[in-house]
Design a binder for this molecule. Structure first.
Ligand code: ZN
Length: 158
């Protein structure tokens, strides 16, 4: 397992850089990915971004439970999204880097995503509702933004 970086660690507030395909396919980054997935599940997270394990690179994983119809873990590299509609949903979020804090965050309900998979293959798809929410949360991490910057109705819970 990898240790999870928590606030107020300054690197969580940095913009992470893109990966080249060569870097992505390197043993170092492939090993990082192989460690991030079990770390995410062990921490009971729905997603985990590389800056949360101390690496400021544009890479995150999403657990299979968050992905409709998908039976595998998903790895996204250099992901960018655009909104398909202006509709937003306001719902509860938490974050492994901000333990025990929760709040409601407004996110776009329907987005288009362009990224690479863990092998550097381009992927392009639409994501809705909860899946779209998780992607927006993770891309925020890559830009040094945390859900607490956007949330209202804060509360604490275990
Ligand atoms: Zn988070």
């Amino acid at each position: 397992m990898l240790p999870i970086t928590k606030l107020p660690t300054a690197s969580l507030r940095e913009r992470s850089r893109e990966l080249t395909r060569e870097e992505l396919l390197s043993p170092e980054i492939q090993e990082l990915i192989a460690m991030m997935v079990p770390t995410m599940y062990a921490a009971e997270g729905i997603g985990l971004a590389a800056p949360q394990v101390g690496r400021n690179i544009r890479l995150f994983t999403i657990g299979k439970d968050a992905v409709p119809g998908k039976a595998k873990n998903l790895v996204f590299v250099n992901a960018v999204w655009t909104k398909n509609t202006r509709k937003t949903l306001n719902d509860h979020e938490g974050c492994l880097s901000v333990p025990k804090q929760f709040g409601k965050v407004k996110r776009y309900a329907d987005i288009h995503v362009e990224a690479w998979d863990e092998q550097g293959n381009p992927v392009s798809f639409d994501a809705k509702d909860f899946f779209a929410r998780v992607i927006q949360h993770e891309v925020d991490h890559l830009n040094g933004t945390l859900f607490v910057d956007k949330a209202t109705d804060f509360y604490e819970s275990d």
